[in-house]
Every structure is written in structure tokens, then in C-alpha cells.
Design a protein around this ligand. Structure first.
Ligand code: GLV
Length: 316
């Protein structure tokens, strides 16, 4: 029987699907494996189900040994995996695209609404026990109807965010490396990056992290947003967290919402100090149904490769 390592606790019913076919070793915990523990555990495995916290590089592949055939990342992102090193050793890499699109787009809107309407601030105020009273000038936010929504990155998640915008009556624009066919634009207009920045009252960042997009939103590009704009990010690494904190502190941005961070679980103190920042602990795909689908897809990829079949969702 092939040996498979699962580096994290998955939702009920997922790992059970591997058990009839493989010898499964699992780190049954909500926290990541320590590096040394991971390197020791992967030795001799034919497959490994990883999360974004597990760095799969040359050292990892050396530790695994020549029997490793598939790295099934339990995420749509795969910046934790050195895909070139895997390819050089004939190791297939898969991710979990598609199944988390709707949940992540829902959560993007939860963040967008929370930031524009100061929901987290209001909730904190109530819980603080401080006195408060309704007033015509109390905790005013940004209205969505008629506002301009910019979407940076019009992949599956960007398109699902655009579809949901219809009911809010917003004016939509997007920037993507390439312009999409009209049926995938969902009423959004393609514009260049500079125009998107200059014309977005609310900017949603959904583009994948790569060397080209890392810190694409830095002090300079954030300054191109209109005064009072709101920035919502559901991909770590695109927005420079310190530049974001500075733009909130200066008031250039009226609010922001961020779902995942560059050095999780660490969040910079500068960002924590901003009451207008809504900060979420990487919850984009965190629904029961989506996590089951992500787990199932990772398992499907493992079983396909171990059975000599084509992986279901190999990374490009
Ligand atoms: C992020 O959580 C991802 O699935 O890539």
C-alpha cells in the first residue's frame, strides 16, 4: 500500500476516503506541523496533502525521497510549493480551484460590507460597554449604490464577486492581465491598472500571488486610489500591509478589510492599531461545504495519481 501524509486535520469524511487504498499518516491538529516534524514525516511517502503553511521546496523533496509522486495542496493558491523543483523530479502538484469560488466571493462581500458600513467598529463599541447613542453624524460609512467597484484580478473569484455586485447597483470595472470575453465580464468594464486605481471607490483585490503581483498595492499605488476609498483584500501578499496601515492612519483610505496576511498568524501592530481595518483570520473558503469539497478534491487528486491516472486539477 502506498503511504500518504496528510499534514493537517481535515473535515470529517475526507481522510476516511483514502484509508481503504493507502496507509495514511495524519497530523490531526489545527496547527501546522513544525518543519522538522514535517520533513521526518514525509520520508518514504508516495503522496502528501499539504496546506499553504507547508513549504514544499528542494529540502522537502529530498526528505520525501524518490517515491513521492503527488503533492496535493488543500488550497487554490500554491505559492508554498516550488513547482519547478517538483516538475524536475516528476512530482505532480495539484490545487483545489473552482470549489471555493462561491464561498470566497461571499466572504469578500462580507468584508466589503463590514468595512464600508463600519460593522466591526460598531460591534466593538457595543461590546466595550462605552456609552453610545444614535445620532445623525454617528459612525457614517460609504454607500454602495452608485459607487464604483474595481476588481483587481478577474479570475473565478473576481467574476463571482462581480456577479454579486449587480444587486448593489454599483458601477463595475476590472483589471486583469488580459481582457475577458464579454460573457465573463458580468457587467464590468476592462480598464488599465492606473485607471482602475484612480476610479475605484471600493477596490477588491483577488488576483493570485506571484512575483509580478507581490506588493502590487504599495504606498505608491494605494496613493492612486481616490481619497476616502475602501480597499478589500482576500489574497495575502498583494497589498503591502504596512503601506495599508499608513494609508488608513493618514485617512487617505476610509476603511479596509483583509482576510489573510503575509506572515500568518502574525498581523503587523500598525494594522492592528487601525480601527477602520476589518481583520479576518483567513476565512475566505471556511464553510463546511467548501472545506469538504476542497478535501475531496485533494483526495481525488491523490487517488488519481497513485492509480496512474491524470490528476483532476494539476496546477498550470
Ligand atoms: C487560500 O486560502 C487558498 O485556498 O489559496
Amino acid at each position: 500500500m502506498d503511504q500518504v501524509l496528510v499534514t493537517r486535520r481535515l473535515v470529517d469524511g475526507v481522510v476516511e476516503r483514502l484509508v481503504p487504498y493507502c496507509r495514511v499518516e495524519q497530523h490531526d491538529s489545527e496547527t501546522p506541523m513544525a518543519r522538522a516534524e514535517l520533513l521526518a514525516a514525509v520520508a518514504g511517502k508516495a503522496a502528501v496533502v499539504t496546506t499553504l503553511d507547508d513549504v514544499v521546496d528542494g529540502e522537502f523533496l529530498d526528505a520525501a525521497g524518490p517515491g513521492l509522486r503527488v503533492v496535493a495542496n488543500h488550497a487554490v493558491g500554491f505559492h508554498n510549493v516550488d513547482t519547478a523543483a517538483c516538475a524536475a523530479r516528476g512530482v505532480t502538484v495539484t490545487n483545489t480551484p473552482g470549489v471555493l469560488t462561491e464561498a470566497t466571493a461571499d466572504f469578500t462581500w462580507a468584508l466589503l460590507l463590514a468595512a464600508t458600513r463600519r460593522l466591526a467598529e460598531g460591534e466593538r463599541l457595543i461590546r466595550s460597554g462605552e456609552p453610545w447613542a444614535w445620532a445623525p453624524t454617528f459612525m457614517l460609512g460609504t454607500e454602495l449604490s452608485g459607487a464604483r467597484l474595481g476588481i483587481l484580478g478577474m479570475g473565478r473569484i473576481g467574476q463571482a464577486v462581480a456577479r454579486r455586485a449587480f444587486g448593489f447597483g454599483m458601477e463595475l470595472a476590472y483589471h486583469n492581465r488580459s481582457r475577458l470575453p464579454a460573457e465573463q465580464e458580468h457587467g464590468a468594464r476592462w480598464v488599465g491598472l492606473d485607471e482602475l486605481l484612480a476610479t475605484s471607490d471600493v477596490l477588491v483585490v483577488t488576483c493570485p500571488l506571484s512575483e509580478a503581483t507581490r506588493h502590487l498595492l504599495d504606498a505608491t499605488t494605494i496613493a492612486q486610489l481616490p481619497p476616502g476609498a475602501v480597499l478589500v483584500s482576500v489574497v495575502a501578499g498583494i497589498v503591502d500591509e504596512l503601506a495599508l496601515a499608513a494609508a488608513l492612519a493618514s485617512g487617505h483610505l476610509s476603511a479596509a478589510a483583509v482576510d489573510n496576511f503575509e506572515r500568518e498568524p502574525a498581523v503587523p501592530a500598525e494594522l492592528l492599531a487601525q480601527p477602520t481595518a476589518v481583520l479576518a483570520p483567513h476565512l475566505g473558503s471556511a464553510t463546511v461545504r467548501t472545506r469538504r469539497a476542497m478535501g475531496d478534491l485533494a483526495v481525488d487528486n491523490v487517488l488519481a495519481v497513485l492509480n496512474g491516472k491524470a490528476p483532476v486539477t494539476p496546477v498550470a
